[in-house]
Ligand binder design. Structure first.
Ligand code: PGA
Length: 252
C-alpha cells in the first residue's frame, strides 16, 4: 500500500510573529530547491501565525494547521478557537489530543473524540495524537493504553477515518532526547494498524498514515522511516530549525 509520507512540525509555544515568518520562508525555499521526494510537509504553529503563514504558503505544497480545536461550534469558551474560525482563514489541519494538552489541559479520549468529529464536519484533517507514559510502558500497559486512546475514533464512518492521520508519540520520548528504538516504534505502529483494522476494515488500516513522534532528528529519521509501518514523523524541537526539518523530510 502506497501511504502518504508526512513530515509534520509542531512548533508548540515557540516563535514570535516575525520569527515564524522567517522560519517558514527558509523552509519553503529549501523545500522547493532540495526536496525531491514526494513527502508532504505540514506545519503546526501557534494560532497567531495561522493566517499570515497560510498566505505566505499559497502556491506551495506545504500544509498548515492548528495545534488544537474546540469541539463545540461556538459559544462562551473564553480562550478557545472553533473549527469555523480556522476554515474561515483557510486552515484545514489540526492536531488533536497532543500529550501536552492531555497532561496540562485535561483533554481526554472523550473530548478528543468530539474534537475529531467537529474537525471532520468542517473539512479539517485531524492528526490524532496517542501514546503511553513511561510508567504505563514499564507496567506493560502500552498496547492497551493506545488501544483505549484509539477508541476515540470508534464512531467515525469509514470515509471519516480515512481522512484522519494518527501520530504515535510515547510521552517518555517527547522533548527528552530519548527516541523509541525503530523496532519499538514499528511494533506499536503495527499494533495501531491492527486495532484500526478491528474498528474499521483491513483496507482502512492499510491506507492510514501513522506518524511517529518523540525526539525525531535528522540523525534518526532514516532508520525510523525505513520501518514497514512508520509513514512519517511529528517533529517538535527539530522542526524549529529549517535545516533539520528539511533534512528529516529528505530522509524518506
Ligand atoms: P519532540 O516533540 O520532537 O521535541 O520530542 C514531538 C512532539 O511533541 O510532537
Amino acid at each position: 500500500m502506497n501511504r502518504k509520507k508526512i513530515a509534520a512540525g509542531n512548533w508548540k509555544m515557540h516563535k514570535t510573529f516575525t520569527e515564524g515568518q522567517g522560519l517558514v520562508q527558509e523552509i519553503r525555499t529549501m523545500a522547493e530547491t532540495e526536496l525531491m521526494n514526494n513527502a508532504q510537509l505540514l506545519i503546526f504553529p501557534p494560532y497567531i501565525h495561522l493566517q499570515s503563514l497560510a498566505k505566505q504558503l499559497e502556491g506551495s505544497n506545504i500544509g498548515i494547521g492548528a495545534q488544537n480545536i474546540h469541539q463545540n461550534e461556538q459559544g462562551a469558551y473564553t480562550g478557545e478557537i472553533s473549527a469555523a474560525m480556522l476554515t474561515s482563514i483557510g486552515i484545514h489541519y489540526t492536531l488533536v489530543g497532543h500529550s501536552e494538552r492531555r497532561q496540562y489541559y485535561n483533554e481526554t479520549n472523550e473530548s478528543c473524540a468530539a474534537k475529531i468529529v467537529t474537525a471532520l464536519k468542517h473539512n479539517i484533517v485531524p492528526v490524532y495524537c496517542i501514546g503511553e507514559t513511561l510508567a504505563e510502558r514499564e507496567a506493560n500497559q502500552h498496547f492497551s493504553i493506545v488501544e483505549t486512546q484509539l477508541g476515540a475514533l470508534k464512531g467515525l464512518s469509514n470515509e471519516g477515518i480515512t481522512i484522519c492521520i494518527i501520530a504515535y508519540e510515547p510521552v517518555w520520548a517527547i522533548g527528552t532526547g530519548v527516541t523509541a528504538s525503530s523496532a519499538q516504534a514499528n511494533e506499536m505502529h503495527i499494533h495501531i494498524r491492527k486495532v484500526i483494522a478491528g474498528l474499521f476494515t483491513e483496507n482502512v488500516a492499510q491506507g492510514i498514515s501513522i506518524l511517529y513522534g518523540g525526539s525525531v532528528k535528522p540523525e534518526n529519521a532514516k532508520e525510523l522511516f525505513a520501518q514497514s509501518d512508520i509513514d512519517g514523523a511529528l517533529i517538535g524541537g527539530a522542526a524549529l530549525a529549517s535545516r533539520d526539518f528539511i533534512n528529516i523530510a529528505k530522509s524518506f
